[in-house]
Design a protein around this ligand. Structure first.
Ligand code: JFZ
Length: 456
């Protein structure tokens, strides 16, 4: 009896304390520059991440009933106008028995990538985790039955790789979300109409799902929205969701597509407009970066995000490494995509290219990770990055005459090849237009050699 009283007394006090602690939601839309800087520090330094587009679309792999998708593979449901009931048949066929989260994470790590962003839910609405808000998910609807995101989260945690989730606002499966953009999935809504239940989709589906993702899968670094262009979605919803997520996880980083219709760089400016935390130029590298803004280019290695069995149009390792350098020299990050097969394999051509990038970064990563953008225009022969009193000259085109014109960015005192552990000094002389460095005859690296220019 006594015990019960004491117990209930403690419970009452505990409840009172808890309710006393519950604070009104914080408004994160007007964060100070310092707070933003601190929150984004890991992301800023990371420079290089892996994008993973994986879902049921890997089953048809770009081809359905003898018809091949011309565009991107993960859009097959829409591109070939596959009705929901037919598309559902891909779920019992999705059994990626070769999926090994540790292997994927080690491929990313060996490539020098510091974070991973995976499609938790793409436009087809299919969920790669054990969500309780729909059965249209990996555990309930496939023979595989394993929570892919959980396994990936655990592998990332073990290996010190940050994990982020892509989440599509547009949803071709959820009855409250189907958009007029997708003619066959709009259930008779006319052009310009919105789904009358779209706010229910946001409140009772999207928000709870995002909460699941932020609370059950370890220390999530990024939520990467997409499909924000549907007519139903508004900037107000975006602001509300931004605050909702940051109140769950204050250090979360959220991309610009949380705002209505802010694809790529359109409409973004540095004047404090709401546009999430970073820009997402897609399949492109902005010519002069995005001054005053954080940004991340997402790129494919061939021409699709989701796996297509007949897309062999692979970029070379040279192109990809130079793209990474180019992006770093302009102050951005590179989120480089892989599209695993329905068996759970990252295609060999992707793995080979990632290995080449990792090999290059093992030698020259000092000039990429944590580096600042070049303060001067790009030179003809390559790119610059900067770190404290060091300027890194990334030379793509090694001069035949052994003379390299460099800008006197910080008052160069000494120069050496980053690949030269002995740091033997390169000779240089000042001329009207800058400085001329004397280089060895052959490039230390055919793709990008790095020269360090240090201030005295
Ligand atoms: C998308 C998705 O539709 C696509 O499937 C993929 O996931 C990709 C990463 O994002 O689509 C977009 C988004 C933005 C632009 C173009 C396509 N854009 O900015 O031009």
């Amino acid at each position: 009896m006594m015990k019960t009283y004491i117990f209930s007394g403690i419970m009452t006090i505990a409840l009172l304390l808890m309710s006393g602690c519950s604070q009104p939601p914080v408004d994160y839309l007007n964060e100070s520059e310092e707070d933003i800087k601190a929150r984004m520090e890991w992301w800023d330094e990371a420079k290089f991440g892996m994008f993973i587009h994986w879902g049921l679309y890997a089953v048809p792999a770009g081809e359905y009933k003898g018809r091949k998708v011309e565009g991107i593979g993960e859009w097959i449901m829409n591109s070939l106008q596959i009705p929901i009931a037919e598309y559902e048949q891909f779920a019992p066929q999705f059994n990626p028995v070769k999926f090994d989260a540790d292997e994927w994470v080690s491929i990313a790590k060996d490539a020098g990538m510091k974070y991973i962003v995976i499609t938790s839910k793409h436009h087809d609405g299919f969920c790669l985790w054990d969500t309780k808000y729909t059965d249209w998910n990996i555990v309930s609807a496939t023979p595989f039955k394993r929570d892919i995101l959980k396994e990936l989260a655990e592998a990332c945690e073990r290996e010190g790789i940050r994990l982020g989730f892509y989440y599509s606002i547009m949803d071709w499966y959820h009855p409250d979300a189907q958009s007029i953009f997708e003619p066959d999935y709009n259930q008779g809504r006319g052009s310009g109409n919105v789904n009358p239940n779209f706010s229910r989709y946001i409140e009772e589906y999207m928000k709870p799902q995002l909460k699941e993702l932020l609370t059950g899968y370890g220390d999530i670094g990024v939520i990467w929205f997409d499909g924000e262009w549907v007519p139903d979605y508004t900037t107000e919803m975006g602001k509300d969701i931004y605050n909702y997520l940051r109140n769950i996880k204050p250090d979360l980083i959220i991309n610009n597509r949380v705002d209505k219709g802010r694809q790529g760089m359109e409409g973004m400016d540095a004047e404090g407009d709401f546009a999430g935390d970073f820009g997402t130029p897609e399949k492109q590298i902005p010519a002069t970066g995005m001054p005053g803004l954080k940004w991340e280019s997402c790129l494919t290695m061939n021409d699709t995000w989701g796996y297509k069995h007949f897309d062999h149009n692979w970029k070379s390792s040279e192109t990809l490494i130079r793209d990474l350098v180019d992006i770093a020299s302009k102050g951005g990050n590179l989120l480089l995509n892989v599209g695993p097969t329905a068996e759970g394999i990252i295609p060999d051509p992707s793995v080979e290219r990632l290995k080449d990038m990792g090999d290059w970064l093992k030698l020259y990563g000092e000039a990429i990770y944590g580096a600042d953008p070049s303060p001067v225009d790009r030179p003809e022969w390559g790119r610059y990055t900067v770190k404290d009193n060091l300027v890194y000259a990334h030379v793509f085109d090694w001069p035949a005459n052994g003379e390299l014109n460099v800008a006197d960015i910080n008052g160069i005192g000494v120069a050496w090849l980053l690949s030269d552990s002995g740091k033997s000094q390169l000779l240089f002389e000042s001329k009207e237009n800058g400085i001329v460095l004397q280089l060895p005859e052959t490039a230390p690296d055919e793709i990008a050699s790095v020269i360090v220019l240090e201030r005295n």
